[in-house]
Design a protein around this ligand. Structure first.
Ligand SMILES: C[S@@+](CC[C@H](N)C(=O)[O-])C[C@H]1O[C@@H](n2cnc3c(N)ncnc32)[C@H](O)[C@@H]1O
Length: 227
């Protein structure tokens, strides 16, 4: 996977005006605590733990199953998948996040790099059974998300699957309904999953996708590498 020219570098994470990498290094140590405390109920992460539990339960994992997680963070999901026996590969540009993951999964293959620079050379030709991006792609504008997907699926096995998880809605009407009911809006600098919008573009890429709702504001799209 070669370097991807990023169209736009977003500046805000929720309402925090910090560059993302700097922000994630700063919050790494308290990241899990803050999810439990602030986000596990209600917007934006309502469904976060449910999603991790669900994925750990439904993914078919054998001793040889290789999983690459993009933006692995502190390894909350990856730890569950490792317990199921998966071989974990993780990428994150915040070294402090990776330090937390290393504590949980000492044998994980972790790489500190920006995903827009392509896969690190050590894993450039590895084929994965699953590539997961959970609660991370919303930081990238839609155009960039699709560029990444197009590149990353080349590293899936023929039966491999890509899982895009995070804040998610079925369509634009659902977004409006959710915002109205909860009297909430969000920064224009986050690009949540709106399945309708993704489905068309994924279809054009010959990728048949499915949308799974986990909570009123979270879900995941899953699609195979090949039609
Ligand atoms: C909101 S956290 C989610 C972490 C984890 N996936 C989870 O569900 O808890 C987003 C993570 O993606 C990483 N990240 C953001 N942009 C990245 C990029 N361009 N390349 C690599 N990692 C990135 C951040 O450092 C952070 O650890």
């Amino acid at each position: 996977m070669g370097k991807i020219e990023k169209v736009q570098s977003t500046k805000y994470l929720w309402e925090v005006p910090l560059e993302h990498k700097e922000y994630f290094n700063e919050v790494a140590e308290n990241y899990e605590w803050s999810i439990y405390k602030h986000f596990s109920k209600g917007f934006p992460n309502d469904g976060y733990f449910k999603m991790n539990d669900y994925l750990a339960e439904v993914l078919i994992i054998k001793e040889t199953t290789k999983i690459l997680e993009i933006g692995i963070g502190t390894g909350i999901l990856a730890e569950k998948l490792a317990h199921q026996g998966a071989i974990i590969y993780g990428i994150d540009y915040a070294e402090k996040m990776l330090e937390e993951t290393k504590k949980k999964i000492p044998h994980a293959n972790l790489y500190c790099c920006d995903i827009f620079d392509g896969l690190p050379k050590e894993i450039a030709s590895v084929k994965f059974d699953y590539i997961i991006a959970s609660f991370v792609f919303h930081l990238f504008i839609y155009e960039d998300q699709f560029k990444l997907i197009k590149q990353l699926i080349k590293n899936l096995t023929p039966k491999g699957q890509f899982i895009l998880a995070g804040p998610a809605f079925a369509n634009a009407e659902e977004v409006v309904r959710y915002q109205t009911e909860n009297k909430i809006t969000w920064s224009p600098d986050v690009y949540f999953i709106v399945f309708d919008l993704y489905e068309g573009t994924l279809n054009q890429m010959n990728l048949n996708s499915n949308f799974n709702i986990i909570s009123p504001c979270c879900g995941f799209i899953i699609f195979p590498a090949k039609p």
